[in-house]
Design a protein around this ligand. Structure first.
Ligand SMILES: *Cc1c(COP(=O)(O)O)cnc(C)c1O
Length: 457
């Protein structure tokens, strides 16, 4: 029986999802609405129109429709690099001597090297359809900026990327990939925006943060006619587009009548994890099935495991709407020695609500343990994983080792979100033995929580 399951489970073109799944439709407790930072009232479609494309606003606010058709133009692009393989990690299982069955859904098989292209192509499509000239965005590690550059060049849109300065300097080749696809890349904070100049004045020599790059990208969008701002994670619309991952995973597993016991994903802003688990959580919400879902985050940026479930700003400059989410506070910046990505201070409002309601667990891992798992995985399964993805690998291996002790044949599925070719500075630190773990103290977090906005809703 066992060997009938191939190393890679592919789907035929006619088995690919043609609709995204909107898990909000099945949630009894809907995620809290975004708030307008000027009025502290729920953002209406009209409020959001200054920032986002019209059709994306509809998706952002849609808590009712469970399925949203994927436009033909997006399906065409998806077909160039999807389905992504669902791989049975036979070699890893053997190495670990575990009775567990391990599968991973690999999203790194495209030039951007991550799942981010799934939403980038959708957001660029809607921007083009609305007749825009271009879009602005931020990028941290660089995967989102790369994905968006690819998507924009495909649809003939201008793409302006504010890249967190430390990454801009550490990953010159990422920047060059973006420029090859025609994007303009500016290190953030920069002196090209008011908010950037303000941050530079207050924190000279700062290496930047995602929250700060978001503020700059939003300001740049506001000041240019025919531009909108796009974001690669956190938002409901992004999580929606990423459900193509979970829908493919479920279709592939169903083909072989495989039911996972545990589903694991890394969590930064929550889009890959939300996309992977949405169809499975949908079954839980409808009372059909039960799974263990585990979100994995860095111990140095532990929004779910140590954050507060509260309204907070999505960016440092406080120009973006507020979201109710698990947050470390919008001023929280992970320690400079943190090399593993997933450094956003907040978490998707959808995932935050699901976690709050008990549909998901969360755990945090330290970065040396993450890179140990990454190295082990690279050597056994052949793929050099992104540090972000390796958080999920760590916990998948740990769960498989628990099965070895108990003798349980659990089925574990995890999201392998991308490749790590541009993260060799981080790997170098690990290989040189100079990578350090850092866990913020309670006092540090309390100081950050003290600055959370007071919202009476
Ligand atoms: C961006 C990114 C993540 C984290 O973002 P989420 O929105 O939490 O999915 C994880 N892995 C890779 C490879 C990424 O590029």
């Amino acid at each position: 029986m066992e060997k009938e399951i191939p190393y890679k489970i592919y789907l035929e073109e006619n088995e690919l999802p043609t609709q995204w799944y909107n898990v909000r439709a099945d949630m009894k407790n809907k995620p809290a609405p975004l708030l307008n930072p000027a009025t502290m009232q729920p953002m209406t479609a009209a409020d959001l129109a200054g920032v986002f494309c019209d059709e994306l606003i509809e998706q952002e606010l849609d808590n009712e429709h469970a399925y949203i058709p994927i436009p033909e133009e997006i399906l065409k692009f998806y077909k160039m690099y999807r389905p992504s393989p669902l791989v049975r990690a036979y070699c890893l299982e053997e190495k670990l001597q575990t009775p567990a069955k391990i599968y991973y859904k690999f999203e790194g098989n495209n030039t951007s090297g991550s799942h981010k292209l799934n939403s980038a192509i959708a957001q660029a499509y809607y921007a083009k359809k609305q007749g825009l000239k271009g879009v602005t965005t931020e990028t941290g590690a660089g995967q989102w900026g790369t994905a968006l550059s690819m998507a924009c060049s495909y649809f003939g849109l201008d793409c302006q990327v504010y890249m967190v300065k430390v990454s801009y300097e550490q990953k010159p080749f990422r920047r060059e990939v973006m420029r090859t696809y025609g994007a303009t890349v500016t290190p953030s904070p920069s002196d090209t925006t008011e908010v950037g100049r303000k941050i530079l004045a207050a924190h000279p020599g700062t290496t930047g943060s995602l929250g700060c790059a978001i503020s700059e990208a939003v300001e740049a969008e506001m000041k240019q006619e025919g531009y909108k701002y796009v974001l690669g994670s956190v938002l409901n619309q992004v999580l929606l587009h990423q459900t193509v991952i979970g829908l493919e995973t479920k279709a592939a597993l169903d083909k072989y009548k495989i039911t996972p016991d545990i589903i694991i994903g890394c969590a930064g802003g929550g889009s890959n994890l939300g996309g992977l688990v949405s169809p499975f959580i949908g079954e839980m919400l409808r009372g059909e099935k039960k799974y263990r879902i585990i979100a994995v985050e860095p111990a140095s940026c532990p929004s779910l495991t140590r954050g507060k479930f509260a309204y907070d700003f999505c960016d440092t400059g406080k120009v973006c709407p507020l979201a109710k989410m698990y947050t470390l506070g919008s001023n929280f910046i992970p320690s400079p020695n943190h090399a593993g990505g997933l450094r956003y201070h907040g978490m998707s409002p959808v995932l935050s609500q699901l976690y709050h309601d008990g549909y998901m667990e969360a755990t945090s891992v330290e970065q040396t343990a993450v890179f140990e798992a990454a190295t082990q995985f690279a050597r056994i399964e052949g793929i050099l994983p992104a540090p972000e993805s390796s958080h999920a690998i760590r916990v998948a291996i740990d769960e498989a080792l628990k099965c070895k002790e108990t003798g349980e044949e659990k089925t574990i599925v995890f999201g392998l979100t991308g490749t790590g070719y541009f993260d060799m500075v981080a790997y170098q630190k690990y290989n040189d033995g100079v990578m350090m773990d850092y866990i913020p103290t309670d006092a540090e977090l309390e100081a950050s929580f003290a600055e959370l906005p007071k919202v009476n809703l």
